[in-house]
Design a binder for this molecule. Structure first.
Ligand code: C5P
Length: 321
């Protein structure tokens, strides 16, 4: 519905859909908890080919609504605690002039494939998608560079979800530098029947003695990625949060063992877990690893994916939208 009291409304789309990728941390070096409660990181993110789609449709009134479809839709909050909602609200407040005088609202719809509370940045990806979609709705520049400062205010992983690819993240994970990655990776992911809360995993990390090596930039991994040496990449994968995630969910140990025994080059907990990620050499072993993991009672689903994938991308809308 076009609002005729604002001539610029004629130039604005009314519905926009953005596709956003999940991520896996190839390395996650965690330093000691800082006074602000966050832990300094040196992490390598890789975007992978499991996608959510975020659609924003303008409303005539000022309300924001949120609906969710897809896997685990019932576990996703549909109120202002959802990061996609917060992203729309942030653009509306920070860019009021572009948004339009009537402060129109939007219907947000998230079609989910990324596991919920799985350590794969599902909520952050939706926030990144909503930022790009909201920027497109009001014709703001939607390049990752322009939206980066707003993304960092929403959550530590949101800036990476905008850019995708492979990147080194420092600070809270929000200060990004691209990493050259030759070749593509095949992954198998095993999601858990129960999610894990990121703050709870960081808390357990502190309780278990906190940082050992700290937020060291993983130069061996960066070099392996740049050379395209998959065996060296597998040897260099690491996650300082893994012990804390396994302490909270001891059954993950068996998941990692079974995936490795079935032929994965290596396996590790993805981010704060409980999803486990397995790097595999080829399509045949992806199927074998996936089948072995599916037989475990603590595994909810398995997913085969490729990386690196792109960041948040506007999808072409229907003509006239
Ligand atoms: O930034 P985000 O909302 O994803 O962080 C969720 C929680 O995870 C934070 O409130 C904090 O407890 C923890 N965290 C942390 N250090 C980071 C990132 C997150 O302690 N670098």
């Amino acid at each position: 519905m076009v609002m005729m009291d604002d001539p610029f409304d004629l130039l604005r789309p009314t519905t926009v859909t953005v596709r956003v990728s999940a991520k896996v941390n190839l390395a996650l070096g965690v330093g000691s908890r800082a006074p602000d409660g966050f832990h300094p990181l040196a992490t390598i993110f890789e975007a992978i080919s499991i996608y959510d789609e975020v659609t924003l449709t303008r409303r005539d009134d000022s309300r924001i609504t949120l609906t969710v479809s897809g896997e685990d839709a019932d576990q996703v909050p549909t109120d202002e605690t959802n990061l996609a909602w917060q992203a729309v609200d942030l653009i509306r407040n920070e860019c009021a002039a572009e948004w339009g005088d009537r402060r129109h609202g939007v219907d947000i719809h998230v079609d989910k494939s990324i596991p919920v509370a799985g350590g794969m940045a599902g909520g952050s990806a939706d926030a990144a998608g909503a930022l790009v979609a909201a920027a497109a709705l009001c014709r703001l520049p939607d390049s990752p560079e322009e939206l980066q400062p707003l993304a960092a205010r929403l959550g530590s992983d949101v800036p990476f979800c905008l850019t995708g690819g492979v990147a080194l993240g420092r600070g809270r994970g929000d200060r990004l530098a691209p990493v050259i990655c030759r070749g593509r990776h095949r992954w198998v992911f095993a999601t858990s029947t129960r999610g894990l809360s990121t703050p709870a995993v960081y808390r357990r990390f502190d309780e278990l003695g906190g940082s050992r090596a700290g937020e060291i930039v993983p130069n061996d991994l960066i070099s392996a990625l740049t050379r395209g040496d998959i065996d060296a990449v597998a040897d260099s994968l690491s996650n300082d949060l893994q012990a804390a995630a396994i302490d909270l969910r001891p059954e993950l140990e068996e998941v990692l063992t079974v995936g490795r025994q079935a032929g994965a080059l290596t396996g590790l907990v993805s981010g704060s877990g409980p999803t486990c990620a397995f790097l595999v050499p080829d399509a045949a072993s992806a199927k074998i690893v996936s089948a072995a993991l599916s037989r475990l009672s603590q595994v909810d689903r398995t997913r085969i994916a490729r990386g690196p994938a792109a960041g948040a991308q506007l999808l072409p809308g229907p003509v006239g939208s």
